[in-house]
Design a protein around this ligand. Structure first.
Ligand code: SF4
Length: 551
């Protein structure tokens, strides 16, 4: 695909993660079965397939048998099968092994994997089936007809400086005209967000809520943890924020570990990355990592709202799949198999639309029926009130969860509501000495076990062209100093896991926000969490961002 041209395709898939690749594979198979020749084009903003992919990841393998019935299971590049799992309740120094597996959390028969590696494998299979894949192309605009129908997309113009002036190397983006667009951008997709707002596709549903996960991959001395050993942790370092930690033993003495915490916290100084580093100092975890070596770091958000937070999944000319829609089973902490299933449902819908040459919403609404008939509904509906039950704290959450288990998800209080994560942050005056910042002021990064954000970003391989329009935009420039800085204390300097935001104070005491966009690991937290929706994450030049190898 060249710049400066118009490309025509039958189906355009935006995003090369599990849902986008599954859509491509299943659609290619269906076209072959029907004897139809249609063009499927998949574009990915990362430098290569997998470079922007980060996940836990423990995967339910059955979905691959459904997606790739013609592939020998041993070909799928899983790392290791889960052999033993434990849920640990951590106090500051102590630990207690919970003698049972909490409902939905069991991982028997599942596999640990690098999701990036799985995606590279899926991309190879898709290409073998005739799908055209182009990486390093960022899309910043959907194209709409006068009637509002999505007609395609446009890739970003490049060669524009900080101030928006065209430079010598300016290149206009490509226009891609497509009968059908599949949005598979991952969590909080920028195009998906605009589409949902434009057509009020979240109306009557709960707002989506998210968690932020920080993850590291380590190489450790032999014998520290067995391949296939899985630990989930609760408690330390915080019981005030929903979420917990994970530690997965991988082959070749590698360990994947991370902390994923909800973004519905009130304290404007709460810092998930710092909490993650403090979590690693717990003796149980520090002993696993002792004398080990950090290999890679990454961070991303996850949609946690569940069934009641799903938007309308289609509009004229477009379908939404995977994390972009919000298919994640929270109690099980899994979304990959649901992302793949949603891609397969989208492909089943696309083949009907292609056969009828009808890409209207009237035809594409069939997608929601496929979702309701699939395992996605079976897994998400019975836990439709799970995450909302924890909004008022862990104790209330466990009580709510208990009531939901005995009532098949209904609970005693009907449909529980969510609030936008950006709206629940409280003003700084509510905290002061009791804030996370004050309570953790003692903590210092030792650069052996614990790492500051700048060092961790180095281990994410993140790079951005410095000469481009910054992809992070402050929306409320006039009110930002009084509201976001003075009243809330510039929370972005804390919640951002990549030290992108710096609150600079000059000699006169004047404060301003400085944005080091080149550090951004594309987690989207600022787009989600900033009070008064003060920051927008736009897509930067294609190929920019993290360069995950093992995540
Ligand atoms: Fe995440 Fe925003 Fe920070 Fe980028 S700037 S790493 S998207 S919080």
């Amino acid at each position: 695909m060249n710049n400066n041209n118009i490309v025509k395709t039958d189906v355009l898939i935006i995003g090369g993660g599990p849902s986008g690749l599954a859509t491509a594979i299943r659609l290619a198979d269906l076209l072959k079965q029907k004897g139809l020749e249609k063009r499927i084009l998949l574009i990915e903003k990362g430098n290569s397939i997998g470079s922007h992919i980060l996940s836990g990841a423990i995967i339910k393998p059955k979905i691959f048998k459904d997606l790739l019935p013609d592939v020998d299971f041993s070909e799928i590049p899983f790392d290791t099968k889960v052999t033993k799992e434990s849920v640990m309740l951590l106090s500051k120094k102590g630990k207690f092994k919970i003698p049972f597996s909490p409902p939905y959390m069991g991982n028997k028969g599942n596999y640990c994997a690098s999701l990036g590696e799985i995606c590279r494998f899926l991309a190879k299979k898709a290409e073998e089936k005739g799908v055209e894949i182009y990486t390093g192309f960022a899309v910043n605009e959907l194209l709409y007809g006068e009637d509002g129908r999505v007609l395609g997309a446009k890739t970003i113009d490049t060669g524009i400086d900080h101030h928006g002036n065209k430079m010598e190397n300016f290149q206009e983006g490509s226009t891609i005209e497509s009968n059908l667009v599949i949005l598979a951008e991952g969590t909080r997709g920028n195009l998906t967000k605009i589409l949902i707002n434009k057509f009020a596709m979240q109306k009557g549903r709960n707002p989506q809520i998210y968690s932020l996960g920080c993850k590291e991959l380590w190489s450790v001395p032999e014998g520290r943890i067995k391949p296939g050993q899985v630990y989930n942790t609760m408690g330390f370092p915080t019981t005030k924020v929903f979420g917990g930690g994970f530690i997965y033993g991988l082959k070749d003495n590698k360990v994947a570990l991370g902390l994923a915490l909800g973004l519905d916290f009130a304290d404007p100084t709460f810092d998930t990355h710092k909490a993650f580093q403090i979590w690693k100092t717990h003796p149980f975890i520090a002993n696993i990592l002792k004398d080990g070596k950090l290999l890679e770091y990454g961070a991303k958000t996850m949609p946690e709202g569940g069934w009641y937070s799903l938007p309308s999944l289609f509009s004229d000319g477009v379908l939404i799949v995977g994390d972009s829609a919000g298919f994640l089973a929270m109690p099980a902490l899994k979304g990959i198999h649901l992302a793949i299933r949603s891609g397969m449902c989208a492909a089943e819908t696309a083949i009907i639309a292609l056969e009828k040459n009808d890409f209207s919403g009237m035809c594409l609404c069939e997608y929601e029926n496929y979702i309701k008939k699939s395992n996605i509904y079976k897994e998400l509906f019975p836990v439709r009130n799970f995450r909302q039950g924890f909004i008022n704290g862990l104790l209330a959450g466990f009580f709510n969860f208990g009531t939901q288990i005995v009532t098949c998800g209904a609970g005693f209080f009907g449909k529980l509501k969510t609030h936008h994560d950006s709206a629940v942050t409280k003003k700084l005056t509510k905290f002061r000495k009791n804030s996370f910042k004050e309570k953790t002021a003692y903590f210092e990064f030792d650069k052996t076990l614990t790492f500051d954000k700048a060092t961790d970003v180095y281990y994410s391989g993140t790079l951005h062209d410095e000469k481009q329009v910054p992809h992070l935009q402050v929306n409320n420039k006039e009110s930002y100093p009084t509201i976001n800085i003075k009243e809330y204390g510039a929370p972005c300097q804390f919640y951002c896991p990549a030290e992108v935001y710096e609150l600079h104070t000059d000699k006169t005491g004047h404060q301003e926000l400085r944005i080091h966009f080149e550090n951004c690991v594309h987690c989207k937290t600022c787009d989600i969490k900033e009070p008064a929706d003060g920051i927008t994450w736009n897509v930067p030049n294609g190929g920019n961002g993290p360069e995950y190898k093992y995540m």
